[in-house]
Design a protein around this ligand. Structure first.
Ligand code: CA
Length: 220
């Protein structure tokens, strides 16, 4: 998933970015509310991780602003303010979930997965498509009940394609899902991951619509 992390504490920010990148997410990190509002205007994020105490514009007012603009992006509040009143204010301002600092990175990763499922309207944590099964929590893929070892990027790419079988995603859409700002993207990186997936799963699992993009067949 493409995530926006809004956090002014450098240690917390670096740890969250590193941890969620290891999970295969593209994590862009900004350190104040104004930069976050600009980022949200310009990029399609799938989830926002939002600290409340921020320079320039606090998290609560940022959240009210994006909801007023009609932006439905799921928001998970990360806050050191553990008073019940702050949590209620956050949820009432349009947040979807919250975590109180200090939190465990594994719990954060699990909540991110849960919000991703909810956004896709998918209740089942494990994705099954024909003989293919993808388990986001275990980072495991199996084909005909046999495990298939994928790299973190191959996994993230397959997960993106499995969100909507039959609908192609373009190179730039896939790059947006897989990479954050400032991450070096080799010009043929997506082709390399597609090639890896075809080799491991079989060429029929990832099809190309010339000039449009790649997709997983609707009826494999
Ligand atoms: Ca803060």
């Amino acid at each position: 998933m493409r995530l926006l992390l809004v956090e002014d504490d450098p240690m917390v920010g670096a740890a969250v970015q590193r941890g969620l990148r290891q999970e295969g997410h593209a994590v862009d990190w900004v350190e104040d509310g104004v930069a976050a509002a600009l980022a949200l205007r310009d990029h399609p994020f799938e989830l926002v991780l939002l600290d409340l105490g921020l320079p320039r514009q606090d998290g609560l007012s940022l959240l009210r602003g994006i909801r007023t603009e009609g932006n439905p992006v799921p928001v998970l509040i990360l806050t050191a303010r553990d008073s019940i009143a702050d949590r209620i204010a956050g949820l009432d301002a349009g947040a979807d979930d919250y975590l109180v600092k200090p939190f465990d990175l594994d719990e954060l990763a699990a909540r991110v997965r849960a919000l991703g499922r909810r956004q896709r309207g998918q209740a089942e944590p494990v994705v099954s498509h024909g003989a293919l099964t993808l388990d986001p929590a275990a980072h495991a893929v199996s084909l005909d009940d046999r495990p298939v070892r994928l790299s973190a990027r191959e996994f993230a790419l397959l997960q993106s394609l499995l969100e909507q079988p039959g609908r192609p995603l373009s190179r730039s859409q896939l790059e947006d899902r897989l990479y954050g700002w400032g991450e070096e993207v080799e010009s043929n990186a997506i082709e390399v991951y597609i090639h890896g997936l075809r080799r491991k799963l079989g060429a029929g699992w990832i099809l190309n619509l010339r000039g449009v993009g790649w997709y997983v067949p609707e009826n494999p």
